[in-house]
Design a protein around this ligand. Structure first.
Ligand code: GLP
Length: 243
């Protein structure tokens, strides 16, 4: 793993925004895997600003988001789709048809997961997968467990993950869905390149385990150790427990 440390989350976010925009200019039909959560808010802000200033051509860019809450979709408060529209998609000239998102309101969730795997494959796979990490070491919604799912699947959310997402629902834990759809571990690990961003001391244990610990289903991000092209971007807090 290639580890890079930054003084704070703003410099980290601009460094990654610059890299993503450069990657788009090198490969206009790039396929990006995108995360939600608090961590990438600064990244999307930087990408929006730089796209406005720099004539970035989003017309052929294709994206696939990592996950979505079951029961929620476009137009729903709290959905990752709504988050992505507000943070990024409404502000750049991406073609709606090129936006890949899981539909948490699909009548047949298993079929929706299968559709997503095929759509990623049909796009030629993900060139750059951007990830955040949960304080318990989850990536996407692949939660610590005895076994992990390889492909896109329905995930049961752990209490701490639901609590971490309550901000999307005005802090009301009862409104946070209990299930989500998520890319699986193999879906993520098939990406050509992976960039994981982590900020804040509350991520420091998960980050240390991911980098220096054993590969274990109890810390799903530790599986990134087997991928040949992973870059981990950390602020001081997230890097605090590294050897
Ligand atoms: C969420 C998302 C993940 C995200 C992680 C960290 O539950 N499903 O994709 O990376 O948890 O979120 P945050 O950046 O808000 O700490």
């Amino acid at each position: 793993m290639n580890i890079e440390r930054f003084d704070n989350e703003d410099v980290l976010a601009s460094a990654l925004a610059v890299r993503l925009i450069e990657a788009i200019s090198l490969k206009p039909r790039i396929v990006l895997g995108l995360p939600t959560g608090r961590t990438p808010v600064a990244l999307y802000r930087e990408v929006r600003t730089r796209s406005r200033r720099g004539h970035v051509d989003w017309s052929q860019v294709r994206t696939f988001n990592l996950d979505e809450f079951v029961g929620l979709g476009a137009g729903d408060a709290g959905s990752y789709r709504t988050y992505m529209q507000g943070e990024l998609f409404d502000h750049v000239r991406i073609e709606p048809i090129n936006i890949g998102m899981l539909d948490g309101r699909a009548a047949n969730l298993a079929a929706e997961c299968a559709r997503y795997e095929l759509a990623i494959e049909a796009a030629g796979g993900i060139d750059i997968q951007v990830l955040g990490i949960g304080a318990n070491g989850h990536i996407g919604f692949n939660e610590p467990a005895d076994t992990l799912d390889a492909e896109t699947h329905v995930a049961v959310l752990q209490a701490e993950t639901r609590a971490a997402n309550a901000g999307l629902f005005d802090g009301d834990l009862t409104r946070v869905p209990t299930h989500a759809l998520s890319m699986g571990m193999a879906t993520i690990l098939h990406a050509h390149e992976i960039v994981l961003m982590a900020t804040g001391a509350e991520k420091s244990s998960a980050v240390a385990g991911m980098i220096d610990g054993p590969i274990t289903t109890r810390l799903p991000a530790s599986f990134l150790q087997v991928h040949p092209r992973v870059t981990v971007l950390l602020d001081r807090g997230a890097a605090a427990r590294l050897a």
